[in-house]
Design a protein around this ligand. Structure first.
Ligand code: BEZ
Length: 240
């Protein structure tokens, strides 16, 4: 890292100027965030965004706005920024609001690459599309797990629709089987694919502790025993 003295970013500096300044610091100044994130530590989608931000050296530039979404109770502040009233939603330095988590991870990755970071996604070719598909798969598993969690935790028991719950859990189960079968192709390094997978497995441990996903996915279990110890995963664990 450069030992050059740092000037405060100019008032009209772009996010890329801020990024370059952040990279030169070694440790970015937490008192100088330039993005805001609607945030809840329990959300696996927020976790993915923050773990990527940590890996990209951008986490100190994100101010967290604690936002507890309740599906049946509109959060007006969140809805003012994201009409879908879902987290995460990122407010950039020019006041643009970005959602959903896949758009945010792509944005942060581009920003870091512009600042000289290698990025968390291959720059081009099929390797890039495979990683983006991997992220989409993990998000789909999480969508199924989160709506099922809401169904089980919030809907009165007599109103639950068992076939619908089974269909959601079927999505998650097939997704996990795909991750297990393809493990040799994506397991290495800390990138968008591995972070996305870690967030799925972390959410299973957090909200589906009685599911014993490790029994059917021994390869994933062994991989996650290591990967869960990555600093970005430890720092973003629910409640951390
Ligand atoms: C949860 O508590 O499981 C949760 C919270 C926010 C978003 C998604 C899930």
């Amino acid at each position: 890292m450069s030992g050059m003295p740092l000037a405060a970013p100019a008032a009209n500096a772009t996010v890329f100027d801020h990024m370059a300044s952040s990279l030169n610091r070694g440790t970015a100044a937490p008192e100088n965030p330039f993005m805001k994130l609607h945030y809840a530590s329990a959300s696996p989608f927020v976790r993915k965004v923050m773990a990527c931000a940590i890996e990209l050296g951008l986490d100190d530039r994100i101010e967290k706005i604690e936002t507890i979404p309740v599906p049946t109770d509109l959060n007006e502040g969140l809805a003012a920024d994201n009409p879908l009233a879902k987290i995460p939603a990122l407010i950039t330095d020019d006041g643009s609001v970005l959602y959903d988590s896949r758009v945010i991870t792509a944005y942060l990755n581009d920003m870091a690459v512009a600042g000289g970071h290698a990025g968390l996604v291959p720059a081009d070719g099929m390797a890039r599309w495979r990683v983006l598909r991997h992220e989409a798969l993990c998000d789909g598993i999480l969508d199924a797990l989160v709506v099922t969690r809401y169904e089980n935790a919030m809907r009165p028991e007599e109103k639950r629709w068992d076939e619908w719950i089974d269909a959601q859990l079927g999505r998650a189960t097939r997704g996990l089987a795909w991750l297990e079968a393809t493990l040799p192709y994506w397991r290495d390094g800390v990138g968008l694919a591995t972070i996305s997978t870690g967030c799925v497995l972390g959410y299973l441990d957090f909200r589906y502790g009685d599911m014993d996903w490790r029994a059917g996915q021994p390869g994933l279990a062994a991989w996650y025993a290591d990967f869960s110890q990555q600093p970005a995963m430890l720092a973003t664990a629910p409640g951390a």
